[in-house]
Design a binder for this molecule. Structure first.
Ligand SMILES: NC(=O)c1ccc[n+]([C@@H]2O[C@H](COP(=O)([O-])OP(=O)(O)OC[C@H]3O[C@@H](n4cnc5c(N)ncnc54)[C@H](OP(=O)(O)O)[C@@H]3O)[C@@H](O)[C@H]2O)c1
Length: 230
């Protein structure tokens, strides 16, 4: 399959890209930064997913070079606004909403146009347990992920007739740079509420995505799957 993954320079996106390349898929990854993966099945594009022109150019090249894509994994996100609402600057909130929601929207919009032509597609958006727990200090990040989940459900209804499913996967907590500014004690308190009261790994995310893109999940759409026993 041809799998497009956003945010592959580091963190979860990089691990997903390496896994799917090694599993024999063609992975086309992107991030603002340079390529950090060396694999014969990997191709990197450096652009910002909030820039509409760059997103359109990326998909037009994808159409010419590969004839389209089978899977889009909307993974790239930032958390620039980790503070009580009273202290969040406009720019921090806007960049978080723009990357997490508008970027995912732009990538999904352009991807489904190509998927519709091939009458097949799988869109996987990344949610977060933040949506479930509504923690203080996380209003903007949580709102951005809630918006992604709402789009997931509505987009699923719009594209099912074209052979496209659209689902979200919401990890609990996985050790990456995104977690750097989270207070470990506060995180532990949140994790203790889960059926699995410990940090998650990319492995369970990969297992879930593997199922969602398999023929067994052809009729699974408009769902959000929480990981970590949230
Ligand atoms: N880690 C967790 O515990 C956790 C929990 C729940 C959900 N999630 C979700 O999982 C996903 C991955 O998170 P992560 O922890 O791996 O984050 P991360 O380590 O901070 O990596 C984020 C990736 O996104 C890229 N990126 C950021 N802004 C971008 C933009 N505007 N355009 C293109 N690429 C951009 C970054 O590369 P550049 O800087 O080069 O652009 C980087 O490769 C996110 O959707 C996050 O919300 C994570």
């Amino acid at each position: 399959m041809v799998i497009v993954i956003t945010g592959t320079r580091k963190g979860i996106g990089k691990e997903l890209a390496e896994y799917f390349c090694n599993a024999g898929h063609i992975v086309i990854g992107c991030s603002r930064g340079e390529k950090s993966i060396e694999n014969v099945n990997y191709e990197h594009h450096s652009f910002d997913i909030t820039d509409e022109k760059s997103v359109k150019l990326f998909f037009s090249q994808l159409r010419k070079n590969r004839g389209g894509l089978d899977v889009l994994i909307n993974n790239a996100a930032v958390n620039n606004a980790l503070a009580p609402v009273a202290l969040v600057s406009y720019n921090a909130a806007a960049s978080t909403m723009n990357t997490n929601f508008m970027g995912s929207f732009l990538m999904a919009r352009e991807a489904i146009k190509l998927m519709m032509k091939n009458s097949f597609g799988r869109v996987i958006n990344m949610g977060s347990m933040a949506v479930k727990y509504e923690e203080k200090g996380e209003a903007i990040y949580t709102a951005s992920k809630a918006a992604v989940l709402a789009m997931t459900k509505i987009l699923a209804k719009e594209v099912y007739q074209y052979g496209i499913t659209c689902n979200a996967v919401s990890p609990s907590a996985i050790k990456t740079d995104l977690m750097d500014n989270i207070d470990p004690d506060a995180l532990n308190v949140v994790l203790k509420r889960n059926a699995i009261p410990e940090m998650g790994t990319t492995k369970e995310l990969i297992d879930t995505i593997n199922w969602l893109i398999s023929p067994q999940a052809n009729k699974i759409t408009a769902q959000n799957i929480y990981l970590g026993g949230v």
